[in-house]
Design a protein around this ligand. Structure first.
Ligand code: GCB
Length: 602
């Protein structure tokens, strides 16, 4: 829910209590495609270790008026300045390990314009955000990796001079998602773009445009207007194909329909085709590049456009290792997606959370499929109904943001969660949420409770969730966390049989440039990692329902509990590429394997 877009003054005054900004219908779909000004750039910042800023009302940004007046803060003189988008950890040494509150502030110019709405769009703030405009608390949001918005039209000052404050807090808590411990850096701050959208009062707030099930040139569209108003004509068109339909809204301001797009070429991995799709109501026109493809499962195969596609995947975190900071710009996306592409992938697992839209859109432009997930990572509070509601909201925000991205093939609901009645209930509820929101994609989850069963002589595991999924994924660290119980060439797998199985993680650590024995894990050598890759690929070739592979991980990444003083120094070294961008020996093993798969090897 966000602020209703029309306020009378009295309603406004009674609503000076904060709104909870959330996703779902409250998000403007395709925010980057709307008329907007960027509020990126240098922001003033005050770290607030003891959380005293609220008591001191720093968000009011007062300046002393008389001789006896003083305030113990200022966003002006000598204030810390931080780049937005950007994490605070990498911008100043004092904040490298900081977990707490930082007050961000900046002025901007904007006036309310009759007939238009001004909407603040935050692409991502880590982890909790409270937003204040001109001294009023106007919104709050929890979750680092999904966007939120607030309509600020009625809060803009009449002289056009506005002061925006964001209280960002990244303290880890047991009820959060992810919870208190996770294997990546807890970057804090306004880590993604901030946009001020300029929308017509009656605008197109949401649309879904995709292929109708079972067809290859029938496009189905659902459009929602910002006001519940019936009888409004809405056009959906693909001008380059000269195809168009005019729909009419129902009383809720919603219109649905289909049209034939003759000559439509499908988007496919490695052969991306995107069309300018125009959605127009009498008051608003929005254009977005959209691709069309079909997805399905046939037994143990994953089908894209009706053809089996083996997933040659890689995972990465939203991190630029060389900068020791969060990836946040299109240039960063070019680096990450480009390095994935060089490996020969047709899919990226964006681990372990929805990554920024630059990454998602670039992957789609380059013809790379995507797996997206929310950070339900290991130790979530499965017994807490508020945590479940949070996960469902994050899922809704992610799907709302990316439902028109044909590159997204998989929504993943959980990573390495251990079976229990509470966990089963939680994950099942999330699966139901995903299916209710989007029936057009494959639902998956990654499991690590698979082991070698001596009695049956197979790798197997018991879990209630896989039967609810379209595609089952397994993280398995043979040769690293688990010793080989038998020769890799002799391993037999029996898990999720009859369904497509992805190995969604495997790997081991190596320090770039370190040579040592290929037989000794504690050599942390490139040779050991290289051998581990060869052994794992040999094992995987014997998994009957294998539908794809996603090694862990593209780049070494920062993780506070990777303590080894010589080999890790705060880095998880499972990267195929080191923290300075050097490709390790195992990179070549994977690259050769993907090239041979690409060229048709079974
Ligand atoms: C996993 C997790 C991943 C970790 C990885 C590791 O299973 O899913 O987030 O980073 O193992 O390196 O241990």
């Amino acid at each position: 829910m966000k602020f209703p877009r029309i306020f009378t003054l009295s309603v406004l005054l009674s609503l000076l209590a904060p709104a909870i900004a959330a996703g779902g219908p409250g998000l403007t779909v395709n925010a980057y495609g709307r008329s907007h000004v960027s509020l990126n750039g240098k922001w003033s910042a005050i770290p607030d270790l003891y959380d005293q800023g609220r008591r001191m009302e720093v968000y009011k940004n007062r300046t002393p008026q008389g001789n006896t007046d003083f305030y113990e803060y200022s966003f002006d003189t000598g204030c810390l300045r931080l780049d937005v988008p950007g994490d605070w950890n990498s911008q100043t040494p004092e904040l490298k390990y900081y977990e707490g509150t930082v007050w961000y502030a900046r002025p901007f110019e904007a006036r309310a314009i009759p007939g238009r709405r001004s909407v603040l769009h935050f692409a991502g703030v880590s982890y909790r955000a409270t937003v204040y405009l001109n001294g009023n608390e106007i919104a709050s949001h929890e979750g680092s990796f999904t966007p939120f918005e607030v309509d600020v039209t009625d809060f803009l000052s009449s002289d056009g001079k506005n002061f925006l404050v964001v209280e960002a807090n990244n303290r880890r808590t047991p009820d959060a998602i992810p919870a208190e411990s996770f294997d990546w850096w807890n970057y804090g701050g306004i880590t993604r773009d901030v946009l001020l959208l300029d929308l017509p009062e009656r605008h197109v707030s949401d649309y879904t445009v995709r292929l109708a099930p079972g067809t290859s040139d029938i496009v189905e569209a659902e459009v929602v207007l910002s006001k519940p108003e019936g009888g409004v004509p809405v056009d959906v068109a693909i001008p380059s194909l000269k195809s168009k339909v005019t729909l009419t809204t129902d009383a809720d301001g919603r219109a649905t329909g289909r049209f034939r797009a003759k000559g439509l070429k499908l988007w496919a991995p490695g052969a991306p085709v995107l069309y300018d799709v125009v959605v127009a109501s009498p008051a608003d026109t929005v254009t977005e590049r959209i691709g069309f493809r079909t997805l399905g499962v046939d037994g143990t195969k994953i089908l894209v456009n009706g053809r089996p596609e083996f997933m040659r995947s890689i995972s990465f975190h939203e991190e630029i290792p060389q900068r020791r900071g969060r990836a946040c710009t299109m240039q960063d996306a070019v680096q990450l997606v480009g390095e994935a592409e060089a490996l020969g992938v047709n899919m990226i697992r964006t681990a372990h959370y929805p990554q920024n839209e630059h990454i998602v859109r670039l992957a789609e432009e380059r013809g790379i499929l995507l797996w997206e997930e929310i950070p339900v990572w290991q130790g979530i509070s499965f017994t807490d109904s508020a945590t479940l509601a949070k996960a469902q909201r994050m899922m809704t925000e992610m799907i709302t943001r990316d439902k028109n991205r044909c590159a997204v093939a998989f929504w993943s609901v959980a990573n390495e969660t251990r079976p229990s009645p509470e966990r089963d209930r939680f994950v099942k509820a999330l699966i139901d949420t995903v299916r209710a929101l989007d029936s057009s994609r494959l639902v998956t989850a990654a499991f690590d409770n698979i082991g070698y069963d001596k009695k049956s002589g197979t790798f197997t595991g018991a879990d209630n969730i896989p039967s609810l999924l379209d595609v089952v994924a397994v993280n398995k660290y043979m040769g690293w966390y688990a010793p080989w119980p038998l020769d890799p060439e002799k391993c037999v797998w029996d898990f999720a049989s009859g369904k497509p199985l992805l190995i969604s993680e495997f790997g081991g650590e190596a320090l770039y440039g370190q040579s040592g024995s290929e037989d000794i894990a504690s050599s942390w050598s490139e040779e050991y990692q290289e051998r581990l890759y060869r052994d794992n690929l040999a094992m995987m070739s014997r998994i009957p329902n294998l539908a794809g592979i996603s090694p862990w991980v593209l780049y070494d990444f920062r993780s506070p509990f990777r303590f080894h003083p010589l080999n890790q120094e705060g880095w998880n070294r499972k990267g195929l590429v080191g923290d300075r961008g050097d490709r390790k020996k195992a990179w070549h093993v994977m690259h050769d394997f993907y090239m041979s798969k690409k060229n048709g090897a079974q």
